[in-house]
Design a protein. Structure first.
Lengths: 185, 438
């Protein structure tokens, strides 16, 4: 339904060394994220079965599925970044000459890295508070909140790693800036 | 600085940041953090993770990946081609049956898959060559598919509507119903134009059909009915009050995957992984924007920008329809550049209070907003559907595709005007099924 603006995008080039390791980590995150979504499908179906067929009340399912979705989103971030799946508007990059386009790509990636690092630092604090004070959710299930909150620092930390790898790939010329293949118009 | 001037600066900065090529979600976080840091101090940044997490901590969001899995599993099969063929076989006696089948297949497939580009690709691959072979003008063949594909975000179940429902805390069930009649209206307008244009261009011969035996007509049904049955079942369960949209969507996702595996023989782990990978990518992308837009709207209200804009428009004393016209222009322009989800998440929380206080219905407004977004899908510079069609029919120039799509844009504008004249087109069905909104 939504999407990148055109067909000039392509996947990243062949990577080696630590860039490859980062790619593997991000892909693994994608698997975990997809698995969490699938598990949510089954838990939700089980919940409906318990409620409508067995006529019993459900305790943990809604909350578990919600937290699984949060975790799937956060852990999916580095993977979707690796696939270049985070939608952007690349009109201005397309209009620029290759040199200026590269400069802009380096700039936007650097600013992205700063904001993601900020989310990582404050996300860690957010998690650490819940952990050190042993916060629990105010539901019957009463899950210890540091568990779902852990997805914040982990997700943003891995996204940071992928972004740094992408920045390195653009600097070394391994990736085309904004993955735009053609020359400027 | 007063909040209104701040809002103006913010709007300019947001546009600049989003146009720099940074991803939409990260761009929203950059703008939010930047403005909070400058105008509210560094301490306010500490709250960002909590707000981000809080936006995602919502059971209703489950419906997004679930509907996306439903769509992705349908899109991974031959269902699109089958649907198109079934309609073609059944509509032979209708003049212009082929283009009508194509548009009908687009509407049905768009509804089932919820994805515009997937619809254009699935129906267009079969439909465009066939229409050209039978003498339809290139512009009609490509324009009808491009426009037909956009229906996915209006006809239920629609992920765009779910996002609107979450952003504005309106009923998703009601939003789905509000899209039904306007969706049918749009399909009818598209069909009328396609028939007229074909006739006008002197290709009237193309309008006569080809005949099929009853055997041919019936043998294709088992291949198309399962998915349609699942979608109808999901919608029925939702309106029957059996379960929430998230819950029914989860069952729908499971059933669609099973049908894809059993009927369409999607056995191989690789194909299944493709479906899951695409669903995960799309879901994560949307959910990231939802969370980032949540942070963005927190920033807007903690700097009193949202409130000031609403109060300022209240003092303007403009005619509500002038206001609605201005809002439409704004949405149209935003839709030219940004994906529907991003526009809805950024604009809806600011616009909805204004729209409601001007006396408009929030469900009616959702339909107007969505049709504006549909226009953005088939107009440059970001009109995704145009590029998809260019990809599957490279022998037709992008210019022909674009010119062919423009009359369909006009149909959408006509639909918006009709909806303004007769708001009941959007509000009657939800009120009839679910009672008046409170």
């Amino acid at each position: 339904m939504a999407a990148d603006s055109n067909s000039t995008l392509s996947g990243p080039g062949e990577r080696t060394g630590w860039l490859k390791i980062v790619d593997h980590i991000s892909t693994t995150c994608g698997w975990v994220s997809a698995a969490m979504i699938v598990v949510s499908v089954f838990i939700t179906c089980q919940m409906i079965f318990v409620r409508f067929v067995l006529n019993e009340s459900t305790i943990w399912q809604t909350e578990a599925v919600t937290f699984l979705m949060v975790a799937a989103t956060l852990l999916g971030l580095p993977y979707v970044q690796k696939l270049r799946g985070h939608v952007n508007v690349d009109l201005i990059p397309l209009m620029l000459k290759p040199g200026a386009r590269k400069a802009l790509a380096l700039f936007t990636l650097s600013v992205s890295i700063i904001i993601v690092a900020l989310m990582l630092v404050y996300g860690f604090e957010f998690w650490h508070t819940a952990w050190s004070r042993n916060w629990k959710s105010d539901t019957v299930w009463g899950v210890r909140l540091w568990i779902p909150y852990l997805a914040m620092p982990v997700g943003f930390g891995l996204l940071l790693l992928q972004l740094v790898a992408d920045l390195a790939a653009v600097i070394t010329g391994l990736d085309k800036p904004f993955n735009i293949n053609k020359e400027s118009r | 600085m007063d909040p209104l001037s701040l809002g103006l600066i913010l709007a300019v900065v947001t546009v600049l940041v989003l146009f720099s090529g940074v991803s939409v979600a990260v761009g929203l976080l950059i703008v939010s953090a930047g403005f909070l840091l400058i105008f509210d101090g560094a301490r306010s940044l500490q709250l960002l993770p909590e707000i981000f997490f809080g936006k995602l901590d919502n059971f209703a969001l489950l419906s997004i990946p679930m509907f996306i899995i439903m769509g992705a599993s349908i899109a991974s099969t031959r269902a699109g081609a089958d649907l198109y063929e079934a309609l073609d076989r059944w509509l032979t006696r209708v003049p212009g049956g082929l283009v009508i089948s194509n548009l009908g297949a687009c509407a049905l497939f768009a509804a089932m898959s919820g994805s515009s580009p997937a619809t254009c690709a699935a129906i267009g691959k079969m439909g465009i060559p066939e229409m050209r072979k039978r003498g339809y003008p290139d512009g009609v063949a490509t324009g009808s598919i491009a426009a037909g594909g956009t229906l996915g975000i209006l006809i239920p179940p629609s992920v765009t509507m779910i996002v609107y429902g979450i952003a504005t805390e309106t009923s998703i069930g009601r939003l789905f119903l509000a899209g039904v009649i306007p969706g049918l209206l749009l399909v009818s307008l598209f069909m009328l134009w396609a028939l007229y244009d074909t006739w006008r261009s002197g290709s009237a011969d193309a309008l006569s059909g080809r005949s099929f035996s009853w055997k041919e007509r019936f043998e294709i049904l088992p291949r198309v009915l399962p998915f349609i049955a699942i979608i109808l079942g999901v919608l029925y369960a939702m309106y029957g009050g059996l379960a929430t949209p998230s819950e029914t969507a989860a069952i729908g996702a499971l059933l669609c995957l099973l049908v894809a595996i059993i009927i369409y023989k999607l056995w191989s782990p690789k194909l299944l992984w493709d479906v899951l990978r695409d669903s995960t990518r799309e879901s994560v992308m949307i959910l990231f924007i939802i969370a980032a837009a949540g942070v963005f709207s927190y920033m807007l209200s903690s700097l009193f920008i949202t409130q000031s804009i609403a109060a300022w428009i209240g003092t303007l004393d403009v005619n509500p329809w002038v206001l609605m016209f201005a809002i439409n222009i704004f949405l149209l322009v935003a839709g030219f550049f940004l994906p529907p989800v991003a526009v809805i998440l950024m604009a809806a929380p600011i616009l909805l209070p204004i729209v409601i206080s001007a006396g408009f219905d929030p469900y009616w407004f959702a339909v107007i907003l969505t049709i504006n977004m549909e226009i953005g899908l088939i107009t440059p510079p970001v009109g995704l559907n145009l590029y998809v069609i260019n990809g599957i029919a490279p022998e037709i120039s992008l210019r022909t595709i674009l010119v062919g799509s423009l009359p369909f844009v006009a149909c959408m504008v006509i639909a918006i005007l009709l909806l303004c004249l007769f708001p009941d087109l959007a509000t009657w069905l939800p009120n009839y099924v679910m009672g008046e909104a409170v």
